[in-house]
Structure formats: C-alpha cells, structure tokens
Design a protein around this ligand. Structure first.
Ligand code: NAD
Length: 239
C-alpha cells in the first residue's frame, strides 16, 4: 500500500475501535462467538444489567481492568502517538476503546467517547466528576459510595447511553480533511456514522483493518491488514 500523504493544510481526525488493541492481547467485541471476553453484552454492558446485577457488571469490568493492566501498547498505538507529535494542533484521536493503551503510547489529544476502564462514576449522575479507580473488586461490598450515597459504577458508556463529548467530536469532524478509522466493525452507532459526516464535508476517509467494515462503502480508501503491521509505515507527513 502506498503511504497516505498528509499535507500541511490537512486536519486529521482518527477513530479507533477494539481492533487496534487486538494485537496487545485484548479481545475485540465481535469475536467469532459474538461474545466480549465470554460474556453477552446485554448481561454486563447495559443500564438494565447495572440495575439488575451490579455485582456481575463489576466482576466483568474488574476482569477487564486486570487484563488491561497486563497489556502493553502495540506498534499501532505508538504510530498514532508519533503521528500526533508531527501534526501538533491538527490532530484529534477519538477512541471507542475503554483501555488506556493510547495514552500509555503517548497520545495526548484524545477523547474516550465510550468511557475509561480506569475510572468510576456515581450511578446517580449526581454531577460529581468520575474519579480515577484501578481497583479490582472481588466483592460488590468493597465498591465505594459517592458522597451523595449512590454506588460507584464503572465509567463506561453502556449500550443505549449517549457517548461522551459528542459536540466536540462533531465540531472536529466538520473541520477535518482526512479521517482515519482503525479496527472498528462499523456496527456501533453513532461512531459508525462519523465517516458519513466526514464525506459530507469532503474529507478523504481511510479504513485500516483485516477485513472491510460494514460501512465500507463510505470510505475513499480501504487498507486491509493488521493495524500493528500497517500503521508504522502508512503515513507520509509533508512539512
Ligand atoms: P468490534 O469488536 O465490533 O470490531 C473489531 C474490529 O477490529 C473488526 O472489524 C475486526 O476486523 C478489526 N480487527 C481485528 N483485529 C484487528 C487488527 N489487528 N488490526 C485492525 N483491526 C482489527 O469493535 P468496535 O467496533 O470497536 O465496537 C466494540 C465496542 O466495544 C466499542 O464500543 C468499545 O467501547 C467496546 N470494546 C472495547 C475494547 C477495548 O477497550 N480494548 C475491547 C472490546 C470492546
């Protein structure tokens, strides 16, 4: 694949999904068995699941924290941090991932639209901000209460909830001239619709992953391959 040239006038918006962390050993969401790490999403990743069985939700996300802390950024995360360093101020990374591998690779201008594993928030949305929390809870009784009395829950946007920072994301997409999407199946909205917005404003749109996503027709270029193998040599930045 010839390099993707990035011009001095380009503004770059990157969207990543579970696939970029696959080579770090973290399972994707739509694995062949349709489960995420052996669980049905509706049992652990919905507001209903939280109301029904908060202990099961915490058991799932505690296991994700334990797994995430053992994983390391792979060459794809590092290639994006390097790209940001070359494009200062003309680059935004929006991830659907809740792991912290992008920041550990050095990415700074970063939005976690679906939340962060390493934080917890009040279940009552009482207005207090999420807090950093790396704990692995063996028992629901260990989970702290917020000052308002609500139970703390993982800082995760459950399916059916509105993702974080959508206004800022929309503004950034409208300004971008190049959208790069990596390792996401094009199943989960609103993220799967970002490429359509970028096309409406005339941006080039590139997808990178081992197979074409469901929204493939909206991309101007598709690069088939694993992110960790493709990304380190994909970008050519003109100064
Ligand atoms: P998905 O599981 O639906 O799709 C993963 C995509 O990654 C697939 O299209 C697959 O072809 C591709 N892929 C697999 N290996 C790859 C590789 N080496 N390089 C590049 N691409 C590769 O993921 P999604 O679309 O991101 O949706 C899943 C949802 O679940 C997200 O909203 C996310 O919040 C959550 N999730 C997060 C993590 C994480 O934080 N690491 C992991 C699983 C799920």
């Amino acid at each position: 694949m010839p390099a993707i040239s990035i011009r001095p006038s380009d503004r770059v918006f990157v969207l990543t999904g579970a696939g970029i962390s696959a080579e770090s050993g973290l399972p994707t969401f739509r694995a062949e068995d349709g489960l995420w790490a052996g669980f049905r999403i509706e049992d652990v990743c919905t507001p209903d699941a939280w109301r029904r069985d908060p202990a099961a939700v915490w058991a799932f996300y505690s296991a994700r924290r334990a797994q995430g802390s053992k994983a390391n950024p792979n060459p794809a995360h590092i290639a994006l941090a390097d790209l940001e360093a070359q494009l200062s101020g003309r680059y935004l990374l929006c991830t659907q991932n809740v792991d912290d591998l992008h920041e550990r690779a050095g990415s700074r201008n970063l939005i976690h639209m679906h939340g962060e594993l390493a934080k917890s928030r009040c279940e009552r949305e009482c207005g207090r901000p999420p807090i950093e929390d790396h704990a692995i809870y063996a028992n629901i009784d260990e989970v702290a209460r917020c000052a308002c009395g609500g139970r703390m829950c993982p800082h995760i946007v459950f399916f059916g909830e509105i993702p974080l920072e959508m206004r800022r994301i929309e503004r950034e997409i409208a300004k971008s001239t190049l959208m790069i999407v990596i390792g996401t199946s094009g199943n989960v909205y609103p993220a799967a619709g970002f490429v359509h917005r970028a096309r409406q404003s005339g941006a080039r749109t590139v997808y990178i992953g081992p197979e074409a996503p469901l929204n493939a027709s909206a991309f101007t270029h598709i690069v088939e391959g694993k992110a960790g193998e493709v990304l380190p040599t994909l970008f050519q930045v003109a100064q």
